[in-house]
Design a protein around this ligand. Structure first.
Ligand code: URA
Length: 437
């Protein structure tokens, strides 16, 4: 195929392949070309793979983040109140945004959640709202500002207005197996967050089997670069390292997770989910610096259970278009199956990745960007790490649509659980907190 030299990425691919450094002009040319659709996907993929294998240094990552953030619209930072962003690097059963939005709104903060569609074994925030009658997350910047002003939180999609460069590059990364590159993750996350008009940013960097970063050490490499690059844009940022060894909460699957959020907003959420939300909320309040004295974790828990936060969530969702009784009856697939333990003991492992993959195979997640999801299917755990289990006791309930692939799901789930003979401590939910201010 003949290519004009200005449309030919080979000089950049060769430079990176040889371990060289891309300068700001190279990076700007490439990102602009990706957005305009100038380069063939095979060349974009070759450059991404060279970046994954050779890495990018701090200044290359800053240049990439900056160029990506320049495409699309930016929200205006409000003068009269604090706007604090939150982003998670992705996990199984991670539904914290739905709780943090109204919880922080109850303390007078604004929290925007720009989010893409879920991919692979991790669920996507936007997907979890896909089945709620009337809800629309595809918004213009004006609409997002209005919802934030009225409700204090807004959950909206990446679209032609918001971070289009990231959307295109993320799709290429998905198709070229280059998602797990630290500089590419950093530029992807921060390019989105830089468009939200923030006073501060909380990043929940997950580690463990269900996270992009398998170990705490790997998560720290990502977290440190996130802090440093955010600092280059003078964005006050806190990183919380949280575990993703087991799913967060009991529910994995879109409507199941919404149901669990409603329980949490009623003061009846699973312990690990509530604890993580309180911890993240406290760090977001610290970033805002608005409360005279920072509320304790117990005070935040009391606020969540006070009955004040659920109405804020429901009113917020009405501003997203939700019909009046949209949350009264959350639909679940009618076919169910209990998975039972083959022995008595204590739950020693409950592999988040395997549970996430099982849920994806049932139809709750998509294998590749652009695929559909089934909001009514998923896995509802009955037990968590450290819990006592008797032989024959159910530890998970499946909600499924058809028996196709069911045997694969069962094999995966049976290999996800390990039952030990000794009592286990439940794992630490947060393994560390770091700030760049
Ligand atoms: N989350 C993002 O937004 N981008 C990534 O690349 C990984 C996690």
């Amino acid at each position: 195929m003949a290519m004009r030299s200005s449309e030919d990425l080979r000089p950049l691919i060769d430079k990176k392949k040889a371990g060289g450094k891309l300068d700001a002009k190279d990076i700007a040319t490439w990102v602009q070309g990706v957005v305009a659709g100038v380069y063939p996907d095979f060349q974009n993929a070759a450059l991404l793979m060279s970046i994954l294998l050779r890495g990018m240094d701090y200044s290359e990552t800053v240049a990439l983040t900056s160029e990506m953030a320049n495409h699309g619209s930016s929200l205006t930072r409000p003068k009269s109140m604090k706007r604090i962003g939150k982003h998670s690097t992705g996990g199984v059963g991670d539904k914290t945004s739905f709780i943090l939005g109204p919880l922080l709104a109850s303390y007078g903060l604004q929290v925007p959640f720009m989010s893409g569609r879920g991919l692979g074994h991790t669920g996507g925030t936007i997907d979890k709202l896909s089945d709620i009658p009337g809800v629309k997350t595809n918004m213009t910047p004006n609409r997002v500002e209005k919802v934030l002003d009225q409700q204090g939180f807004c959950i909206f999609e990446q679209n032609k207005y918001f971070a289009p460069a990231d959307a295109k590059i993320y799709a290429l990364r998905d198709a070229s197996s280059t998602v797990d590159s630290v500089p590419l993750i950093v530029s992807s996350i921060l390019s989105k967050k830089l468009q939200e008009g923030l006073h501060g940013l909380l990043l929940d960097v997950k580690f463990g089997s269900g996270a992009i970063m398998g170990s705490l050490d790997q998560a720290k490499r990502l977290g440190e670069l996130l802090l440093k690059v955010a600092g280059a844009f003078r964005l006050k940022t806190t990183v919380v390292y949280s575990t993703m060894e087991q799913p967060l909460g009991f529910a994995v699957g879109n409507n199941l997770e919404i149901q669990e959020c409603l329980a949490a907003l009623n003061g009846e959420g699973p312990r690990d989910l509530v604890q993580l939300c309180a911890r993240l909320a406290r760090e977001m309040l610290r970033l805002a610096g608005t409360t005279k004295s920072l509320p304790t974790l117990s005070e935040i828990n009391r606020q969540l259970a006070s009955g004040k936060v659920l109405p804020l969530f429901l009113a917020g969702m009405r501003s997203h278009g939700a019909q009046r009784h949209a949350f009264d009856k959350i639909k679940l697939a009618t076919k169910t199956l209990e998975i039972t333990s083959h022995k008595s003991g204590w739950v020693k492992a409950l592999d988040a990745r395997k549970v996430g993959e099982a849920s994806m195979i049932l139809g709750a997640g998509r294998k590749h960007l652009g695929g559909g999801i089934d909001p009514e299917v998923g896995v509802l755990l009955q037990l968590k790490l450290g819990d006592r289990v008797a032989k024959g006791q159910s530890w998970a309930r499946l909600f499924f649509r058809s028996s196709k692939n069911l045997s694969r799901v069962l094999t995966l789930l049976r290999s996800a659980i390990e039952v030990g003979n000794k009592s286990q401590k439940s794992p630490l939910i947060v393994a560390g907190v770091r700030q760049n201010f």
